[in-house]
Each structure stands twice: as C-alpha cells, then as structure tokens.
Design a protein around this ligand. Structure first.
Ligand code: ADP
Ligand code: ZN
Length: 724
C-alpha cells in the first residue's frame, strides 16, 4: 500500500501489510522502515509520483505497525496535494507541516502525580523540607512530583522519600479535556449595520457550502463581534471553527473577548506553545474534542475533521505569507481549504488587500461593509507634517508640532503612540574621523545599533558584535556616531523631553515572549502608560481605549521599496491601521504623519481618508501592469556562497526558460540584498496572465534544468511577497 513520508520527496513508497493484518484506511499513521531507520508515514489513497515501475514484491518491505494516533482526514490529504502542486513543493514537505506536533505521535503515557495520604502516621524522620512538602499537600490535591518539589523548595528525592514512607501516594492525573465553547453563552445586541453583516455571515455558514465573504469595516466597527456570531452558528451546526490571526495579534485581549462571548477560552495555536501542549491540541483537533482554534497561519494545517468555518482576521497582513521551506500564503490557502471542504470562509480587515477588493468587486467574494465605529467616534483627523519645512531640532526626530501634541495629550490624561517601523537605536553607524561604516560581514546590509543591548546587529542574518570603543579601521577612540533613528532613539528623545512620562517601548527584539508582550499590552490598556513607542507590533489587533494621539515618525519608510509591487498598498494599510488606533472610543482622535512626500498619492489618500480614490488608482495600476491579482507572479532565487557559481547558474537558468508568447521572464538580476548569510543571490521574476498555468510553465522549466549540485540552491516562490 502507498505510504507518504514527511521528507522532501514527491512520491509515495509501497509497503506490504503483515500477513493477516487488517486493511488500513487512508490517512492512518504508520511506522515503516525507511533506509536504515524507521519513520512515521501516512497511508495514502493512491500512489503519488514516480511509482510507475512495479516493485519486486520480494523486495517490498513490510510496514511495521499502525500508530495509536487519530488518522489524518481525507480532506487533509487532498489539501496537502493541492498546496504541493500550487507551490511546487514536494508533497512530503507539506505533509510534514501537517505533522508539526511531535508530541502527538509519541506514546500517550498516563501522567502520574502525588497526593497526601490522610491519617498516615508522621514519618519518624521529619526534616523541614518534608514538613513543607506535607503541609502543601495537606489540601488533598493531586500534583506532579516536580510541581510539589518546586513549591516546597525541596528535591525530588524528598518527595520520593515521603512516598516510600507512605505519606504520599502516586495516582494517575486524568488527561485534561478541552472545554466546549458555548454559542449561546452571551448574546450581543447589534446595530442595524452590524445585524445585516451578522445575517450575511450566518447565512454563509448555514449554506454548508463554499463561500468567501469579505468583512470590510473600519477599525472599531465591530468586525470581531460580528464574526463571533458566524463562529457561534458553526458550533451550533456541529462544526469546528478556525480563527486565524497574525501571530503578534494573538493577544490575551483577544482571548478574553472570546471567553466573554463563549464562556471559555479557545485552543490557541502559535509558535510559542510548549511541545506537549502542541501535541495535546493536535490530537484534540483530530478527535474533534477541540471545537474552536485561534491560531497563527500554521493552524490551517491542523487535522480538522469537521471544519465548517475559517475566519482570517487582518487578512491583508503580510504575516500570513510564509517564506521558509514551503512558500505559501495562508489567507489564500484558507480559501482553498474552504473550497475543498465546502464551507464558509470570512476574510476580515479594515484595510483589505487589493486582491480581496478585486474579488469583491467582481463578485467572486461577497462584500459586507461596516461603515462606522461602534462607539460612534469619528476616524481620527490626519495632519501631515512636512519635514522639508517643519524640521525637528538638530539630532532630534520629532517635529515641534508633534511634540506639542504629545504634551497636550498628556495634560488631558490621555495616551499617545509614536510609530516607527525600525527596530534598534540607529540604522547606520559610522566613524566620524575616517568615515568607516559598519557593515555585516555576511550580508549586503548595515549593522543596526541596539543601544539597549549595547550591540551592533544585522537584521538579516543575526550577526552581532558589541559596540566597539574605537573605530576598527582608524583606531580613533569614541569616534562612532549613530545615523538616523530607530525606535530606541525615539524613546530616548521622548525621555529627554518628558522625563516624568510613563513610557512603553514595544519592539519585537526587546520583548522575548508572547507572554511578556501580553503583560505590557495589559499595562497599556489599563491606561497607565502615557506614551507608547513601537514598531509594527503595535499596528495589529490591539485596542487601547485611552489612546488619543498617534504620530508616525517616518511616513515615507515603506514607499521606497523599489521592485515591490505592493509597496503602496502596504504603506497605505500600515499608516491607516496605526493612525486608526487613535480615538477608538471617544471623539477627538488625532493622527500626525511626518513626511517628505506629502503630495505622494498614497499620502494624500491617507490624509484625506479617501480610500476609494486610493483603491481605484491602485487597482488600475495593477490591471495595466498585469500585476496580482490580474496577473500571476513567481520568483526564482538562485544562490551560492561563491559569486561566480551563482552568477553562472542564474544565467543558465534564464537561458533554459521555455519560450512562451504570453509569459515574461525578467532577470536574472542581483537581489536588492545581494548577499545574505554569505550567499550571493540572483532573482528571476516570472509574469504571466492570470488565466495561464504558471505552475505548468515552471514545471516544464525545472525539468529542463541541469542538476542543482553542491552549494547551489534554487527556491521557487509562487505569489511572492518579498522582493529583497
Ligand atoms: P473591529 O474588530 O472592527 O476593530 P471590535 O469588534 O473590536 O471592532 O469592536 C470595537 C469595540 O466595540 C470593542 O470594544 C467591542 O467590544 C465594541 N463593540 C462592537 N460592537 C458591539 C456591540 N454590538 N455591542 C457591544 N459592544 C460592541
Ligand atoms: Zn548579516
């Protein structure tokens, strides 16, 4: 029978069932011998790939055994095949993503804990540690040995001793099950607009068929509240539901809102989960015990067996595109999952992607609009600050008008937010005396000063060194100067100007974990913080009720992204999302954008809050340029340590591109960041009209290439989002 292994191969292998063993249904996880090892594989429902030639039955190996793991649903098999075909990834790699919870495949050993034996005589040899442990256990609860030892500040040996003495007894800890969210736990009263939106989404779920709805509403319009009703309906109909969020929007705030609506917390799925918890959730989803998952993009690959709804919140977010190993866009794959599983998909955003807008305009998606904020508050008024005429003081980054706005806001007892999408203290460091610039030895990139950590870091490869005292080139002491601002430098300026202010600095490199991030967000929500300074972490999902003023330190930062066809869209989304954080619950929200390009169309659209104008322009530009969604793109990146090798191979790849009247191949060109981690990178871009089978074209091309040997690497990125 055909078995697929989670390795970089595009084929199944044939194995024999042991004599007399019952047949195994497709999706069953099995252990099979593979080379010198044994591995976990999945019984597939047909051969895949180059299994045309019959295998000599004498050479065929026996499958070792089926595993005690819930099988992968057939739909997951089809979904994996679809993704593999579309992204040109070996099927085994896609399946590997579906198995990314190792603990789910380990034998389920019952866990043991200890409980105090009531009325047992006190052991003859009592020590302070023993007394502490027994006192804690006196409540009769079952605790893991390690937990009791930790609580009593004693060694595990002390606990073992008490078991031997008969004062503690070992008992099995029952496996925790998942609470089931109750769709009727809380009923929300909706405004007329919201009620219409709820009706549309609920009908989509009721339809029990494939549909995509774009839920398009300004920040604070109640999108979350509205799509919760769709989740409730899916639950009532006996379906599982998945809510996907960008990783950093997975906040405690969201979870407690879920809890208020449904009476319990959802299962969470993100990269920070401990391995045993991952395993538990994976199994829970597979058995159907988990009813709702709230998760980052990889949650899409969980083994749902009764999925009836996927919500993709902040659907425009770049974080849904994965760019390592398997290159996929999770929002698009959620739509594919909906069409394979014949269920509803909801895409929610205050700034939907151009792709989704076009789909809504052409009627492929339903379009639901929430025009106003629930609180009735107007969107903030946006004022440009033209940096050519209103310059900040020398060595400072905030223009006088913005500083004044911060002061006023603080005096009114409200919060301000300063946004700069740049981590660290300064993006470039140079020597005043000889002009030497600090560059990463492995990348085409400047080193970024992180003053807080006292280091110079490369943001592309992780290279890092302590800030030197003298210039490594000319030897001059104390000659290094920081050029340009990062968030740390803006924070420094704020501290100088407002020494009394309570400040929070939010940057992913300063906050080590999701948990700590949640704590900081909580402090901000409580209104304690007066000035928040942050990178794009602050742009997403949070709701800060007391936030009145938002200042964008450098509004032009995203616009200079050369080859990126989405640069304008992204800048619009980011500026709109960040300024939209202001005044969500009251009337006088204000936004300031510092810019050198106030007349740029994207800037104008933001300042005038004229989304239609922006969309029309952008859509028209994409149509004329045959850019997504009117055309298809794929990027080929060729890299090698040795420059010559990469260069030669890139030209060879270009030469072998199949001829086609309608497909354009651009390049090879040096990637904008030419060297990353010591690898020289060349890019080719393939442009095809929408109706053309770009995968077929790429496959034909790959088949014509010479072997990719040694250090050479070729990656294919269908629908690329990164052009660096
Ligand atoms: P969005 O997801 O569009 O940004 P939210 O769903 O977060 O909007 O709603 C913004 C705020 O308004 C939240 O605090 C939410 O609880 C509140 N809200 C929205 N709609 C309602 C409603 N119908 N009843 C009560 N509160 C609501
Ligand atoms: Zn580097």
């Amino acid at each position: 029978m055909p078995v697929l292994l989670p390795v970089a191969l595009d084929q199944t292998y044939d194995y024999l069932l042991p004599p007399g063993a019952p047949d195994l249904p497709p999706g069953t996880f099995v252990v099979v011998p593979f080379g010198p090892q044994s591995r976990i594989g999945i019984v597939w429902d047909g051969p895949v790939g180059e299994t045309g030639k019959p295998v000599d039955p004498k050479k065929m190996k026996f499958l070792v055994e089926p595993m005690d793991v819930p099988p992968l649903p057939l739909l997951s098999l089809r979904f994996a095949e679809w993704i593999a075909r579309y992204t040109l990834t070996p099927l085994g790699m896609v399946v590997r993503m579906m198995m990314s919870a190792q603990a789910a495949f380990e034998p389920q050993r019952p866990r043991f804990g200890v409980r105090r034996v009531p009325d047992a005589p006190t052991p003859p040899r009592m020590t302070p540690a023993r007394t502490r442990a027994l006192d804690i256990a006196a409540d009769g609860l079952v605790r893991a040995k390690s937990a009791l030892a930790a609580e009593a500040q004693c060694s595990a040996g002390v606990v073992d001793g008490l078991i031997e003495a008969g004062n503690l007894v070992e008992v099995a800890i029952p496996e925790r099950t998942f609470p089931h969210p109750d769709p009727r736990h809380h009923s929300t009263e909706f405004t007329a607009d919201q009620a219409t939106a709820v009706h549309t989404l609920v009908s989509a779920v009721d339809g029990d068929t494939y549909s995509v709805t774009l839920l398009d509403g300004v920040t604070g319009s109640g999108k979350t509240e509205v799509y919760f009703e769709a989740v409730a309906r899916a639950l009532e109909r006996g379906h599982q539901a998945l809510i996907m969020l960008p990783e950093i929007a997975l906040t405690g705030q969201f979870m407690s809102r879920f809890q208020q609506r449904f009476g319990c917390l959802p299962a969470e799925w993100h990269s920070a989960l401990a391995p045993p918890e991952r395993g538990r959730i994976w199994r829970g989803v597979a058995t159907g015990d988990v009813r709702v998952v709230v998760g980052a993009r990889s949650a899409l690959f969980l083994p749902f067996r009764e999925l009836g709804l996927i919500v993709v919140d902040e659907e425009h977010d770049q974080g849904f595109k994965q760019d390592d190993r398997v290159h996929y866009q999770a929002r698009d794959m959620a739509v594919v999952r909906g069409s394979l599983g014949k269920h509803a998909v909801v895409l929610a955003s205050a700034t939907p992607s151009i792709e989704s807008h076009v789909n809504a305009r052409t009627g492929r998606y339903r379009h639901v609009i929430l025009p106003g904020r629930f609180s009735g508050a107007e969107l903030p008024e946006i004022t440009p600050i033209d940096l050519r005429t209103e310059q900040p003081d020398k060595g400072k980054w905030l223009a006088p008008r913005l500083v004044e706005a911060l002061r006023e806001t603080m005096e009114r007892g409200q919060q301000s937010l300063l946004f700069l999408n740049r981590r660290g203290y300064a993006p470039l460091t140079l020597c005043r005396s000889c002009g030497h610039r600090f560059e990463c030895p492995q990348c085409t990139a400047w080193l970024v000063e992180h003053r807080f950590r006292h280091r110079l870091n490369c943001h592309h490869c992780g290279f890092s060194l302590p800030i030197p005292e003298k210039c490594p080139k000319c030897g001059e002491k104390d000659s290094l100067v920081a050029c340009g601002p990062g968030v740390e430098r803006v924070a420094e300026e704020v501290k100088e100007r407002f020494p009394e202010a309570r400040i929070a600095l939010l940057s992913s490199d300063l906050i080590p974990s999701l948990v700590e991030m949640r704590d900081i967000i909580k402090t901000i929500e409580s209104g304690e913080t007066e000035i928040i300074i942050g990178t794009q972490m602050v742009a997403k999902g949070h709701h800060f009720p007391n936030l009145a003023t938002v200042g964008i330190v450098d509004g032009d930062l995203g616009l200079s992204m050369g080859a990126d066809p989405r640069a304008g869209e992204r800048t619009f989304q980011l500026l709109h999302q960040v300024t939209g954080r202001a005044g969500r619950t009251f009337a006088q929200g204000r936004g300031f954008i510092q810019t050198h390009l106030p007349e740029h169309p994207v800037m104008q659209a933001i300042i005038k809050s004229d989304r239609e104008e922006f969309l029309n322009r952008e859509i028209d530009m994409r149509r004329r340029g045959l850019l997504p969604p009117f055309g298809r793109l794929a990027a080929l990146v060729i890299s090698a340590r040795e420059k010559e090798l990469a260069d030669k191979f890139a030209r060879e790849v270009a030469r072998r591109a199949p001829r086609s009247e309608r497909i354009e191949v651009l390049g090879p060109a040096e990637a904008p960041i030419f060297v990353v981690r010591g690898r020289h990178r060349w890019r080719l871009l393939v442009k095809a009209p929408r109706e053309l089978d770009i995968q077929g074209y790429l496959r034909e091309w790959l088949a014509a290439l010479p072997d990719i040997k040694g250090d050479l690497r070729l990656t294919i990125d269908v629908d690329p989002y990164s052009f660096l």
